[in-house]
Design a binder for this molecule. Structure first.
Ligand code: NAP
Length: 552
């Protein structure tokens, strides 16, 4: 191990070798940097954005706000931090989240350890020195013993596939990398392409501002109301009264949150009771709609009860029946793609200045100088095109960083038939590489903010174990990886969402399907992760340079 970096040294002059390099200054990376530094490790961070925030730095589009309740979607590691910060509403806006993350960076003196506007372009493992050799786009070269890729699962945006983008004379922006300068929307003719969570959020805001908004929809998505408003003060006070206890409590829930209700099978209720429960859940809003009945994610006939209820709501809200039908998903069960949470999404289509354009059969042919042309020749003249096309989720952030093991292989070379990991935190063949909330962990299925804390703590404890025992390297065994990968597949075997194409499903050429995140719940995940640690990292191989040179 290298000596601890002097905590007063400026970030502008990094020493070339660190115990840990952290990539990404979002929820995981900020806490990681803090935690590793607290352990006395030398640590430096790299972040592609111009400041802290991770996805929240880039996703600054109009309408951007978290769709998990803010009193849960925040750090729990410090009682004082939790108590001192007050969320102003149930679902914080992107600017409020940025204020919070900047507050955390300043409060724990994290910022100066990060190099911003700096992306890692290659990270090569050198077995002789047991270090990663890191290169950045700014020409920096550093080495490190441990590499922690806190790059998130939704940071590598999908490239827009549209022909003629250069030709278009208006402006094109992406929700995933919204410009830092003001984007003029008021009174303009605007197109939004994409109706996932990002598209749905921005459509609601842009509809209020634009002169004319065209929404280009390929697939309708289920969306439920957020009913944003004040926080649940009773619950907030309870959490503030004992943050540490509540932190453990949420790690013991499937979603890593304070959702109180434990669902029962639909068959336990009469049809009238089912409808009453659905109305109750609709009135509460948010992701709870995805867990009204314990078997709605497993049985098509139960899912239909929920899906039909929501489709009826869409029909009741949207005045034009033809538009309502187009907005009603019929090609996938409710909650089998990520549920969108909105403020007046369906009502937006009642506005005179908002037009829904169905591009499922009649696709976008290309962009013209003045707008968008569809395959059938229909033309839409616009001044601004907003792309909300989603991400190359899970694996792309690791590929983009050019991580290579001793043989020059990349994680994706081993993941051709789907990601293979232990706990979604590390992968065999890549010593000392960690990627919190990665594929094979609850990841995007559970509350990401405290979940990141859990993962970082697990990684920190593992590094500490190696350090205490004089080891230089730690690596998952293939056997442990096979076991975990089989378990991830087992728990997803019965879920409806495995059969629905979306960014959470890896489809192989032979048609076999791999559901990427761990669907067994945060509670079950945390128990197993803790057990592995308690058994001295069962399924991991530790080594040191001295024994390696003896063997050589
Ligand atoms: P997404 O859910 O993957 O949605 C992408 C959209 O773009 C889909 O509607 C897709 O249509 C459409 N699309 C892609 N290529 C297209 C093409 N060539 N022509 C027409 N349409 C095309 O991406 P996202 O909305 O950015 O959301 C990604 C994830 O980010 C979410 O699931 C969530 O986990 C996270 N997120 C969270 C929040 C929050 O907390 N508030 C907000 C935003 C996003 P198809 O469905 O037909 O492919």
């Amino acid at each position: 191990m290298t000596a601890s970096r002097n905590s007063t040294a400026p970030a502008a002059q990094p020493s070339p070798d660190y115990d840990v390099v952290v990539v990404g200054a979002g929820f995981g990376g900020l806490y990681g940097l803090h935690r590793f530094r607290q352990m006395g490790l030398s640590v430096v961070g790299f972040e592609g954005g111009g400041g802290v925030g991770g996805v929240w730095y880039h996703n600054r589009y109009p309408g951007s706000r978290v769709d998990v309740e803010s009193i849960d979607y925040c750090y729990y590691f410090s009682d004082e931090l939790y108590r001192d910060w007050t969320w102003s509403e149930r679902y914080a806006t992107q600017p409020e989240l940025m204020r919070y993350l900047n507050h955390v960076a300043d409060r724990f003196d994290i910022r100066r350890h990060f190099h911003f506007n700096t992306t890692v372009t290659s990270a090569k493992w050198n077995a002789d020195s047991a270090r990663y050799q890191i290169t950045t786009n700014t020409g920096m070269h550093v080495t490190c013993r441990f590499l922690v890729m806190a790059t998130g699962q939704l940071s590598a945006a999908r490239k827009p596939p549209f022909e003629g983008m250069d030709r278009f004379k208006g402006d094109i922006v992406r929700t995933s990398h919204w410009p830092e300068h003001d984007v003029n929307i008021a009174g303009r003719r605007v197109a939004v392409i994409g109706t996932g969570s990002s598209g749905v959020q921005t459509i609601c805001e842009v509809g209020k501002l634009a002169g004319q908004l065209y929404v280009f929809q390929r697939s309708p998505n289920f969306s439920v109301p957020a009913w944003n408003g004040p926080v649940n003060q009773v619950l907030y006070d309870k959490i503030k009264a004992d943050v540490a206890v509540e932190r453990e409590a949420i790690f013991n829930t499937p979603g890593c949150n304070h959702r109180a209700r434990i669902p029962k099978p639909a068959g336990d209720y009469t049809p009238a009771e089912q409808q009453a429960l659905l109305e109750e859940a609709w009135a509460v809003g948010g992701h709870g709609m995805a867990a009204i009945f314990s078997d709605q994610s497993l049985k098509q006939e139960v899912n239909d009860i929920v899906a039909n209820f929501v489709r009826d709501k869409i029909r009741a809200i949207v005045k034009d029946p033809a538009v309502a039908e187009l907005l009603s998903p019929v090609d996938h069960p409710f909650g089998t793609r990520r549920l969108c949470v909105d403020t007046d999404y369906f009502a937006t289509y009642n506005r005179d200045n908002v037009t829904l354009v169905d591009v499922r059969e009649n696709a976008i042919k290309h962009f013209t100088e003045t707008g968008i042309e569809l395959v059938n020749g229909d033309q839409y003249e616009v001044d601004l095109i907003i792309l909300a096309l989603g991400f190359h989720a899970f694996t792309a952030p690791l590929s983009n960083a050019g991580i290579e093991n001793e043989k020059g292989e990349r994680p994706n070379d081993h993941w051709k038939t789907g990601p293979r990991t232990v706990l979604g935190i590390t992968t065999a063949g890549f010593p000392n590489l960690f990627f919190p909330t990665g594929p094979g962990s609850p990841s995007v299925l559970a509350n990401m903010a405290p979940q990141n804390e859990f993962h970082i703590d697990w990684i920190a404890n593992c590094i500490d174990y190696a350090r205490q025992h004089g080891y230089d390297t730690v690596e998952a065994t293939v056997e442990a990886q096979d076991k975990w990968t089989a378990h991830v597949a087992d728990v997803s075997n019965t879920i409806l969402r495995r059969f629905v194409n979306n960014y959470m499903v890896h489809v192989n050429e032979d048609g076999s399907r791999v559901f990427i995140p761990y669907v067994g719940g945060m509670d079950r995940f945390a128990r197993q992760a803790n057990e592995i640690a308690a058994k001295n990292y069962e399924g991991f191989r530790f080594g040191n340079l001295a024994s390696r040179s003896k063997a050589a």
